[in-house]
Design a protein around this ligand. Structure first.
Ligand code: 5AD
Ligand code: SF4
Length: 494
């Protein structure tokens, strides 16, 4: 592992300056600014990487394009967790070929996890030769250099470094105003046998507590009300530190320190069930600012399959963690990830998964069809599950989960819940939305606009949802559906 020295950051800053001058020359000649469009696939860690790319581009003088066709630079930030995402990338690249023909100056870049898989890089160079830049998730900090070299001459720039690089101090352009994403660590050491992440994102590297707390302080001071701490397995934060002399030695310590900053809500994901400690649960219980929600991927309820997956816990241990967590935090909501159709999964194994779901009653779940990832141990395992069987199991699983989600949401009927407002609902006019600490989506209307600050109300009585972002609302729940609650505003605090 290397931590990039100040000198490397300064080197990139020189490229940023040089590109800035190119951009300025272009602008004074043509009257236009160059614009970028970033499309991010996959998880929140990727989303946070996309925000860093946008931050770097902003420093270089690029503006964000309103749409793909308006862009002079398109970046596809890829994910390789499931095959579906690979297919989408190549489908989208196919469409970009025409755009490039119409606009020869367009620069096209592909980055993210898929670029750590040599077969994808080879396919791009073979079949999508119009792609100008290729780089891996560990090389984001070198975008200014790559872009500069590309703008300077006609050569394509491919760079997928082998080093697990950590760079602090990159500019960041945050996509949301109400919730900030903060990556606290990168990579994963767990090698679950189905998962490509340890191969694409490398070994676990934890950011220094001082760097994280500085970022959190800046976020709180700049008005962010909610922060989400991110890592593939946040519970092993700090295990790679050589010195353990400081106050913050593990994730519980970090969470406790974060809780002292001025946020309305602190969220975190993802937690590995094998690493949930009593200490973590106690920190959660003692600090109401930490959301009473634990995303705890189960993957399977069968001990045999869990063993094959190398998950390093049994169903009994998982259930014991859930029970203990509920003792300490009675209003805790659990969500999970479940994979259906892992190689060799029998009807009996699947019945174990349904059984544990009935015992835990997850508030929500992300359910996945097993997807074979070349290079992982599971890709070599015998007895693949027949696709028709897999789909049939998947349907039974989602039906059960939907019933549990609905029952969970119904418990809130008639109650007043506190939510952090995320803005206007995308679907309905004058309906606004936010989330409870248990991560339930709540849509609400405002019967009495006088409850809101004047700047959120226009003279014709309409409410500007963007002015409500990041506020705390109390909402009386009048309807409960599988994926959301509905209610009426009772109180609002900016
Ligand atoms: N097939 C299906 N689902 C997968 N996940 C990870 N790898 C695979 C795979 N090969 C799921 C796991 C993980 C979530 C982020 O994606 O459930 O928790
Ligand atoms: Fe993948 Fe397992 Fe690591 Fe999660 S813990 S990223 S599933 S290897």
């Amino acid at each position: 592992m290397t931590i990039i020295e100040q000198a490397e950051l300064e080197r990139q800053q020189r490229y940023i300056g040089q590109i800035g001058q190119c951009m300025e020359a272009y602008r004074s000649e043509t009257g236009f600014s160059r614009r970028y469009w970033i499309h991010t696939y996959g998880c929140q860690l990727n989303e946070n990487d996309g925000e860093k790319l946008a931050g770097l581009l902003g420093e270089m003088g690029y503006l964000e394009a309103a749409g793909l066709r308006e862009a002079d630079l398109i970046i596809l930030n890829t994910c390789s967790v499931r095959e579906h995402a690979d297919d989408r990338l190549f489908g989208n690249l196919g469409r970009l070929k025409n755009l490039r023909q119409e606009k020869p100056d367009l620069v096209i870049a592909v980055c993210g996890c898929m670029m750590k898989q040599p077969e994808h890089v080879a396919r791009i160079s073979r079949s999508f030769s119009f792609v100008d830049l290729v780089f891996g998730p560990q090389d984001i900090y070198r975008l200014p250099e790559l872009l500069y070299l590309r703008l300077l001459d006609e050569k394509k720039q491919y760079l997928v470094g082998d080093e697990d690089t950590l760079v602090e101090g990159l500019p960041i352009h945050r996509a949301r105003r109400f919730r900030a994403l903060c990556s606290i660590m990168y990579g994963c050491n767990n090698f679950c046998t189905y998962c490509i992440v340890p191969y694409t994102r490398g070994r676990e590297r934890s950011r220094q507590p001082g760097d994280i707390l500085r970022e959190l302080r800046e976020l709180a001071l700049s008005g962010y009300r909610e922060v989400m701490l991110l890592g593939q397995n946040v519970n092993s934060y700090g295990q790679d530190f050589e010195e353990t002399g400081g106050d913050i030695r593990d994730f519980s310590d970090l969470l406790e320190a974060a809780a002292r900053e001025n946020f309305y809500r602190i969220r975190f994901m993802t937690s590995h069930p094998k690493d949930i400690s009593e200490k973590l649960l106690k920190v959660m219980a003692a600090n109401p600012v930490i959301e009473p929600h634990l995303h705890l991927p189960l993957q399977s309820g069968s001990n045999r399959v869990l063993g094959q997956m190398n998950r390093q816990y049994t169903r009994e241990q998982y259930l014991a963690t859930v029970t203990r967590a509920r003792q300490l935090i009675p209003n805790l909501a659990f969500s999970t990830d479940i994979i259906v159709g892992f190689p060799g999964e029998t009807e009996e194994d699947f019945a174990d998964t349904l059984d544990i779901m009935r015992q835990v009653r997850f508030a929500s779940a992300f359910t996945f069809l097993y997807s074979k990832r070349t290079g992982t141990p599971a890709a070599e395992m015998p007895n693949p599950v027949d696709p028709a069987v897999m789909h049939e199991r998947f349907d039974r699983l989602t039906a059960l989960q939907d019933a549990h989600s609905l029952a969970y949401n119904r418990q809130s009927l008639g109650q007043t819940v506190e939510i952090l407002v995320e803005g206007a609902s995308a679907k309905q006019d004058q309906v606004f939305s936010g989330r409870t600490g248990q991560n339930q989506l709540v849509n609400f209307t405002v019967a009495d606009p006088a409850l809101l600050p004047a700047e959120a109300r226009s003279p014709d009585g309409r409410i500007d949802g963007s002015r409500l972002e990041g506020g705390l609302a109390r909402v009386r729940v009048t309807d409960a559906k599988t994926f959301s609650l509905f209610g009426v505003l009772e109180a609002y605090r900016p």
